[in-house]
Design a protein around this ligand. Structure first.
Ligand SMILES: [Ca+2]
Ligand SMILES: [Ca+2]
Ligand SMILES: [Ca+2]
Ligand SMILES: [Ca+2]
Length: 302
């Protein structure tokens, strides 16, 4: 079975981008919950297809854009007494979102974890085995140079038991630095993603125990921690106890309105002063009328 995820349109190239997971390895492990469980290692590849003038896809022209590296912590630990057993990782993530910036020179790629690694039915290549899970998904930025897309940034996404791979699958370009011209400026200097969880209760001591929601980080990379150099937004306002965990798995995609990153009018204000004499007061002096010119801005009178 061939699954397709993260479908996205590259308007500049007039090509359809999408991703496909492929099983590249299997770990057969023993576990206290049962023997012989199988963990499937999936690798995600991104392809593009040309779109014909009648809107159909040109499947003959498929191009491999990138193979996303499997997670480095993947290992097949087969000893339940091994302290690392429960931390061993197998990548069940799929790429659920691909977003381009306005000039199609960068794309954000978000993964979402689909399968519980300790369940017998956990083959992400079988639709009947797809399940909800978390904590093994990442967000990347890939940049285009010539005709080659390369990984430019791997973001830290939340923190659950020290795992920084908690993407829940939605991403977009957004606003980080509002700039000097207002909130329409710098519309692509942030990675805006979703996370299960941004923070979980067993990570350090912080004012809020469980945060599931939106992550806003510098487009050029972020640091881990609470909240590092990022913004954390809890999606439902519940940040303590079990109620706060109810939001888990409910997050889907996220889109940031950017008005096509239109250039703003100039911030420059010009002021002209027309002086004219007055004769009401004594001794006579002058008055002045100020005429601001410019497309936007505010005048403050002190
Ligand atoms: Ca999308
Ligand atoms: Ca999105
Ligand atoms: Ca919450
Ligand atoms: Ca957007």
């Amino acid at each position: 079975m061939r699954q397709v995820y993260g479908v996205s349109y590259n308007k500049l190239q007039n090509r359809l981008y999408y991703s496909v997971p492929t099983t590249v390895g299997v770990c057969n492990v023993s576990h206290p919950s049962g023997n012989g469980l199988t963990r499937y290692v999936t690798e995600n590849s991104i392809y593009s297809l040309a779109i014909n003038s009648d809107g159909t896809l040109n499947s003959a022209g498929r191009v491999l854009i990138a193979k996303i590296p499997t997670q480095t912590q993947i290992q097949c630990v087969n000893d339940p007494t091994d302290p690392n057993f429960n931390m061993s990782r197998v990548n069940y993530g799929v790429i659920s979102d691909i977003e381009f910036n306005h000039d199609f020179s960068s794309m954000l790629i978000a993964e979402r974890t689909l399968a519980q690694r300790f369940q017998p039915n956990n083959n992400p290549m079988k639709p009947t085995d797809l399940e909800w899970y978390a904590h093994e998904s990442r967000v990347f930025r890939y940049d285009l140079s010539g005709s080659t897309w390369s990984q430019a940034v791997k973001y830290s996404v939340g923190n659950y038991n020290g795992r920084l791979t908690n993407s829940s699958g939605g991403v977009d370009f957004g606003f980080n630095d509002y700039g000097t011209c207002g909130d329409d400026n710098a519309c692509e200097d942030a990675m805006v993603g979703l996370s299960d969880a941004l923070r979980f209760e067993n990570v350090g001591t912080q004012p809020y125990t469980n945060i599931y929601g939106i992550l806003i980080s510098d487009i050029n990379g972020n640091s881990s921690g609470y909240p590092g150099n990022s913004y954390f937004i809890d999606i439902d306002g519940f940040t303590d106890g079990l109620t706060a965990i109810d939001a888990k798995s409910t997050l889907g995609d996220i889109e940031v309105f950017d008005n096509n990153c239109l250039a703003l009018p100039s911030c420059t204000l010009g002021v002209s002063c027309n002086a004219s004499p007055q004769t009401i007061c004594s001794p006579a002096n002058g008055i002045a009328t100020i005429f601001p010119t410019g497309d936007q801005g505010h005048l403050s009178y002190l």
